[in-house]
Design a binder for this molecule. Sequence first.
Ligand SMILES: NC(=O)C1=CN([C@@H]2O[C@H](COP(=O)(O)OP(=O)(O)OC[C@H]3O[C@@H](n4cnc5c(N)ncnc54)[C@H](O)[C@@H]3O)[C@@H](O)[C@H]2O)C=CC1
Ligand SMILES: O=C(O)[C@@H](O)CS(=O)(=O)O
Ligand SMILES: [Zn+2]
Length: 437
Amino acid sequence: MAIDYYKKAEKNASTGYDQTQEIVSRMLAEIEADGEAKAKEYCQKLDGWEGDVVVSREQIEAAKAKVPEQLKADIQFAYERVSRFAAAQRDSIREFETELSPGLFAGQKLIPMETAGCYVPGGRYAHIASAIMSVATARTAGVKNVIACSVPRDENGIHPAILYAMDLAGADTILQMGGVQGIASMAFGLFTGKPADILVGPGNRFVAEAKRQLFGRCGIDMFAGPTEIGIIADDSADPHIVATDLVGQAEHGPDSPAWLFTTSRALADAVSERIPGLIADLPETQSKAADAAWRDYGEIVICDSREEVVEVSDRYASEHLELQVEDLDWWVAKLTSYGSLFVGEETTVAFGDKCSGTNHILPTKGAARYTGGLCAQKFLKIVTYQRQSREATRDVAATTARLSRCEGMEGHARTGDVRLAKYYPGEHFDLVIDEEV
Ligand SMILES: NC(=O)C1=CN([C@@H]2O[C@H](COP(=O)(O)OP(=O)(O)OC[C@H]3O[C@@H](n4cnc5c(N)ncnc54)[C@H](O)[C@@H]3O)[C@@H](O)[C@H]2O)C=CC1
Ligand SMILES: O=C(O)[C@@H](O)CS(=O)(=O)O
Ligand SMILES: [Zn+2]
């Protein structure tokens, strides 16, 4: 395989990971031991917030009054599309019951989780869209208690438009607390008395690691850490658009990877030439973040064939993957690892990020090898049941007894024996396999 790293990143997903892991496990242990007081202490220390943690109805109404009408309409636009797509995904799986053999019925039920904890990031930017992505999807799934939390932005608490979006999307309780302390509060049921059955939502490396460490104690959607963009582009692509899209996502933060996979050296030259100017042209905060991200995590990979591009791209398993290539259908059919695919130049990652309808809470750091993004199904327990007639018990009980004995599980075998003895008194069954295995 001929792969040429036109630009290779100096850092990768594991850079600084040990330190993050250590900080997060210490914070989680302290908050679990000392409860609300410790969570508040971290909130004060890391985000300077000393006010109420549970947002009141008055604060929500005051926030609503501050949100301009056009922004309300835009939030509504995003909310409608995200909810509609989430409902279509939910409806794509269903409950059923099937008769596997005469009298033996097995079924599937979909049971919404009781309590969801939705994290809405708010450190660097006001992630209004993230509030819709998690809260509206939990509601669509039928979760009973939806708790949301985010970082208090200033002396007035959470950004008013985030509060507005959380409320519109249907959050029951909103906590003014971000980072590890916000995640821990939802997991341990602090301030609400309702420990989350599942924690969802994106966040920085501390937030993503806190969710990872809490997995098992509660469910999580997936590892949704620092944003990633991959673009597959060939000679037919517009280098200005490709470069703008890479820089557009690199502004997320200094640890956000942006990758270009191409078969065209001419395109690599043209994109690489444009990127520094596009970064410099951003406002200062965004420019600094994108500059560090492109310097440390940006890559341009040139391959000899499109088959090689597919192999490389699937290995990176990018959270977002754009296709700016000829023969789009070929690529759509071949690619297998990505969080969400943006097909053709007319669409772009930011459309999905903000309002087009697909969920933007997506797997990062290679998690797209084994999962897709947030969807209603993540909030549903897909459980099974069975029931059967006495007649069906005849075969199932006898088979169970014989299989169990071969496994050495006599107790299991006898649960079959007693039923056969009760339902078919006086009848003989061969419940032991005599031959040596
Ligand atoms: N994968 C996905 O689906 C998405 C990912 N994102 C990512 O979410 C992230 C948002 O990050 P932020 O703006 O930072 O907001 P954030 O809300 O995730 O994190 C801010 C919090 O981090 C905590 N924190 C900061 N420094 C800390 C330290 N040294 N020790 C312990 N805690 C610390 C603070 O408590 C603060 O409240 C970005 O990386 C972005 O790329 C955003 C949207 C979607
Ligand atoms: O990782 C992501 O999905 C983000 O790009 C979403 S947003 O741009 O922060 O809305
Ligand atoms: Zn984005």
